[in-house]
Design a protein around this ligand. Structure first.
Ligand code: F6R
Length: 611
């Protein structure tokens, strides 16, 4: 989720790197740095914690320049935000900026330490710099060859930009599951994790493929495929203006973030699940078998969308690990004199890790003796720091105020936690764990398919955006999705909406149903399908307009519904991760049709740090 910019050419490049980073600041902003080599091969590095202005200030105090360099703006994944963890990282003659996650970095770090290598940061990236330096003998091989050799040892995702003291004419880049673009200019070449970084200098880009590496020089660019063979990649012209480039061509950050979800879920799973062994690795959890066996209950505290993730956690954990789960709105928990024991595990779910009520609630639980855990997106946020254990979601910075990718990565973390607890508790055998992990790993591909076509949502928006109020219904693990769907619609389109448990409808809300009230029913094929389908028939009998979200090919839904949105067939355990994308898109397209301020809806803030 970080940003990279690189340059090699004939001009001094500090200003270019800093202005490129400014264009990428929306991607990550807990620290930043630049490294520049001069003609004599001396590389100077300047890094600073915090926003880019801190780096600019530090650079102004001791300026340096040269015609080849790399810059980086960081959103921490391994290691706290600090100057020493900021990129670029140097090891011997090699300087590296990296986006992504190196899964086997601990193993590699151990090996390199045994070889006498000293580390100065807590990052996964530093191992890459050491590996390249270790593999490089400039008299027999190029920096590119050494980089390729080092990459053979790496597992994980990366976009890398590498420069060196020995060869200040070449910038080497590599890509695997993390974007990297390169471009030729007049007597120069550029590299960037994202187009906006260098859009002021060129509009013609090569989008590297996974496994590609490239060598950039003043005189040109060479690209190699994953077998190390030279390859021609198409040059694409980008017509976006810098602002829409930040949104990668999407109209709003929210839409970009909805489409990013498959990749962010993959990042959240990366290195943490093994289908073969039926295992989930969450070492940062700090929970052993004995502690889990003794747990009397788990209490989740959270607010807003994160609270709905907690409600789904209840379904997942009780089903899989057979441990009682309570969920509390953080603002209620802190004032209700809750029953907590030393054998209670209290879990705070928070994208920002700073929400005032959630923080106060988890502190309260800790003071009453509970062991505490955070499921948090922002590294080193207060909840992450204060909890006894933490599971980081890897959603990256979420710019749209309405939570989307933060939510689905929370669900991914919660699903992994449920499987882990089930294994520790002994309620889940290896074969069952494998089945659930397999189901989780399929989610990104299924989501990708679901995101292919927006025409149905655009049509739906035209037909329904005049409605004054919507009802969302769901049962089981679709009930929290019904509430999340209603919340999304409210916050970005300003249309009133209620999320209800489908079985509760006849206890009140059924009185509201008439032709003017669209009813969104979440009814995929699952263990409560028959029950939900009969609620749907009750709505139909009262003249309601039904928008059904159900499993593809379900003819029964077709017969009762005005609109049917098909979902792929997936395991019931992961159905919420799929169906939530549909309610996100319904809300987005209705709001877009109405022309509201989708990324910054009125009266809302991204991080609610006051009570
Ligand atoms: C809704 C939304 C909010 C947040 C809530 C909690 O789209 O974004 O409801 O989920 O304010 O925020 P975090 O997760 O940062 O604690």
């Amino acid at each position: 989720m970080c940003g990279i910019v690189g340059y090699v050419g004939t001009e001094c490049c500090a200003h270019l790197l800093l202005s490129g980073l400014r264009r990428l600041e929306y991607r990550g902003y807990d620290s930043a740095g630049i490294a520049i080599a001069n003609d004599d091969g001396q590389v100077q590095v300047c890094r600073a914690e915090g926003k880019l202005t801190n780096l600019e200030q530090a650079y102004r105090q001791e300026p340096f320049d040269g015609a080849i360099g790399v810059g980086h703006t960081r959103w921490a994944t391994h290691g706290r935000p600090s100057e020493s963890n900021a990129h670029p990282h140097r090891a011997g003659r090699v300087v590296v900026a990296h986006n992504g996650i190196i899964e086997n970095y601990l193993e590699l770090k151990e090996k390199l330490t045994a070889q006498g290598r000293e580390f100065t940061s807590e990052t996964d990236t530093e191992v890459v710099a050491h590996l390249i330096d270790e593999a490089w003998n400039p008299s027999t091989r190029s920096l590119h060859e050494a980089t390729c050799e080092a990459l053979e040892e790496i597992e994980g995702s990366y976009a890398l930009a590498v420069i060196s003291t020995e060869n200040p004419e070449e910038l080497v880049v590599a890509r695997n599951a993390s974007p990297m673009v390169i471009a030729r200019g007049r007597d120069c070449a550029f590299a960037a994790s994202d187009v906006p970084a260098v859009l002021d200098h060129t509009r013609r880009f090569i989008f590297l493929h996974d496994g590609d590496t490239a060598v950039l020089r003043t005189g040109g660019i060479e690209v190699f495929d994953s077998n190390g063979e030279p390859v021609e990649r198409e040059v694409k012209r980008i017509a976006w203006d810098p602002i829409s480039a930040e949104k990668q061509g999407y109209k709003h950050f929210m839409l970009k973030e909805i489409h990013e979800q498959p990749a962010r879920i993959t990042d959240t799973l990366r290195g943490r699940v093994s289908v073969d062994r039926g295992e989930v690795h969450l070492p940062e959890l700090g929970l052993d078998e004995q502690t889990v066996q003794k747990l009397d209950k788990i209490v989740f505290v959270a607010c807003g969308t994160s609270f709905f993730a907690a409600q789904i956690a209840k379904y997942m954990i009780e089903e899989v690990a057979r441990i009682p789960v309570e969920t509390d709105l953080a603002s209620e928990f802190r004032y209700r004199n809750p029953l907590i024991s030393d054998d209670t595990l209290a879990i705070a779910i928070s994208q920002s890790g700073e929400t005032a009520d959630t923080l106060a609630a988890i502190r309260e639980a800790g003071e009453r003796g509970a062991r505490t855990l955070g499921i948090v997106n922002v590294i080193e946020s207060t909840i992450a720091r204060e909890a006894d254990g933490v599971i980081y979601t890897h959603a990256g910075p979420e710019i749209g105020v309405a939570s989307t990718k933060a939510f689905t990565t929370q669900l991914t973390a919660v699903a992994m936690l449920a499987i882990k607890l089930g294994r520790l508790k002994g309620t889940l055998d290896v074969a069952q764990a494998r089945e659930l992990i397999e189901a989780l790993r399929h989610v990104p591909a299924e989501m990708e398919n679901l995101l292919q076509d927006s025409s149905l949502y655009e049509k739906l928006a035209r037909g329904y955006s005049q409605a004054k109020s919507f009802l969302y219904l769901g049962r089981g693990n679709q009930y929290p999705i019904a509430m999340e769907g209603a919340l999304k619609l409210k916050e970005i389109s300003y249309i009133h909406a209620e999320g209800y448990a489908a079985g509760e409808m006849k206890h009140g809300p059924i009185a509201l149903i008439d032709r003017n009230m669209p009813v969104v029913v979440l009814s995929p094929r699952n263990s409560v399908y028959e029950k939900t389908a009969s609620n749907l028939e009750e709505v139909k009998a009262r003249g309601g307009r039904i928008i059904a979200i159900g499993t593809e090919g379900d003819e029964r839904l077709d017969a009762f519904s005005d609109v049917v949105i098909p979902l792929p067939k997936v395991h019931e355990f992961v159905q919420p991760l799929i169906s939530v994308v549909v309610v996100q898109l319904i809300a987005y397209h209705i709001a877009d049709f109405k022309g509201t301020d989708i990324d910054q809806p009125r009266n809302l803030a991204k991080s609610v740090t006051v009570e």
